[in-house]
Design a protein around this ligand. Structure first.
Ligand SMILES: NC(=O)c1ccc[n+]([C@@H]2O[C@H](COP(=O)([O-])OP(=O)(O)OC[C@H]3O[C@@H](n4cnc5c(N)ncnc54)[C@H](O)[C@@H]3O)[C@@H](O)[C@H]2O)c1
Length: 255
C-alpha cells in the first residue's frame, strides 16, 4: 500500500513555497525527482541547497502583483518549456475588525490571496490548455465556512477561491487541465501561530479538531498534482475538522 511518486521531468511552481506547507511540498517534489520553483515574497534560499534527485529553484515574487507572478510563470515556461503543476499556497491573514481595517489592507488581502490566482490563471490556462495537461491547486480554509472575527478579508478570499477553482476546472475540463482546492485543516505553520493568539491556538489544539502538521498535508498535495488524481477536478478536499466556531467557548470575549 506504499505510495511513491516519480516527478522526473516535472516542473511544479509553488507560491508561498518558501515556508510552511509550500516549502514542504517543494521538498517532496524535489525528493520525487522534479523541479520545484519555490516562489515567495520572503524567499528561502536554503531550499536551493537540499540534496535530492530533483531540485528546488528559489524565486522572489510578490504574487499580489500581476506582473510579478505572470513574469515568473513566463520565465519558467521559457526556461523549462512547460509548467506541469501550479500550487497557490501564498496567503496573508491580517487580523483586524472590519471598522479597523484600512481599505489598503483589505485590497492587499484580496490581491495576495485571491487575485493572484486570476493573474496566474491568465498565463497558466492558455499554456496548460495548449499542452492538454496541467494541474492547479489552491488552498481554502475552514474559515470560509465559519467566518472568523477579525479575519473577514482572509475568510472571504478562501470562500471565493472555491468558486474560482470550480470555474477554472470547468474551463479546463475539455483540455485535460485540472483545478482542485484543499482545505488543509489547522496546520502548525506561521499562518497558524502568527494570527491566532494563545487562547485561539489552545482552542484549536483542544476543541477545534486539533492541529495538524505539514507532513500530513504534503501527501495530499502530491496526490492532487500527480497523475494519481487525473480523474479529479473541481474538487474541494477537506481535512477541516472545525465543526463549530467557539460561540460559547471561554475565549469568546477575547475574540
Ligand atoms: N496553517 C493553517 O492552519 C492553514 C489552515 C487553512 C488554510 N491554510 C492555507 O494553507 C496555505 C499555506 O499556508 P501555511 O500555513 O503554509 O502558511 P505560511 O505562512 O507558513 O506560508 C505562507 C507563505 O506565503 C508567503 N507569502 C505571503 N505573502 C506573499 C506574497 N505576496 N507573495 C508571495 N508569497 C507570499 C509567505 O512568505 C509564506 O512563505 C495558505 O494558502 C493558507 O491560507 C493554512
Amino acid at each position: 500500500m506504499r505510495v511513491s511518486y516519480d516527478f522526473r521531468d516535472s516542473v511544479v511552481v509553488v507560491t508561498g513555497g518558501g515556508h510552511g506547507i509550500g516549502a514542504g511540498l517543494c521538498r517532496a517534489v524535489a525528493k520525487a525527482g522534479g523541479v520545484a520553483v519555490s516562489a515567495d515574497i520572503a524567499p528561502n534560499s536554503a531550499l536551493s541547497e537540499i540534496q535530492a534527485p530533483g531540485r528546488i529553484e528559489v524565486a522572489s515574487v510578490d504574487v499580489g502583483n500581476a506582473q510579478g507572478i505572470q513574469g515568473l510563470l513566463q520565465e519558467t515556461i521559457g526556461r523549462y518549456g512547460k509548467i506541469d503543476a501550479f500550487v497557490q499556497a501564498a496567503a496573508i491573514q491580517p487580523r483586524q475588525e472590519i471598522e479597523e481595517m484600512s481599505q489598503e489592507t483589505w485590497l492587499r488581502v484580496m490581491d495576495v490571496n485571491l487575485n493572484s490566482l486570476f493573474y496566474a490563471g491568465q498565463v497558466l490556462m492558455p499554456h496548460m490548455k495548449s499542452r492538454r495537461a496541467g494541474a492547479i491547486v489552491a488552498f481554502a480554509s475552514g474559515l470560509a465556512q465559519t467566518g472568523w472575527a477579525k479575519a473577514s478579508g482572509y475568510a472571504t478570499t478562501k470562500a471565493a477561491l472555491i468558486a474560482f477553482i470550480k470555474s477554472m476546472a470547468k474551463e479546463g475540463l475539455a483540455y485535460g487541465v485540472r483545478a482542485n482546492i484543499i482545505a488543509p485543516g489547522i496546520t502548525d505553520t506561521d499562518l497558524f501561530t502568527g494570527p491566532n493568539n494563545e487562547q485561539e491556538q489552545e482552542f484549536f489544539r483542544v476543541r477545534g479538531g486539533g492541529v495538524g502538521t505539514v507532513a500530513e498535508v504534503v501527501p495530499l498535495l502530491m496526490f492532487l498534482i500527480s497523475d494519481a488524481s487525473r480523474s479529479l477536478t473541481g474538487a474541494l478536499l477537506s481535512r477541516d475538522l472545525i465543526i463549530h466556531p467557539p460561540e460559547t467557548a471561554d475565549l469568546k470575549d477575547q475574540m
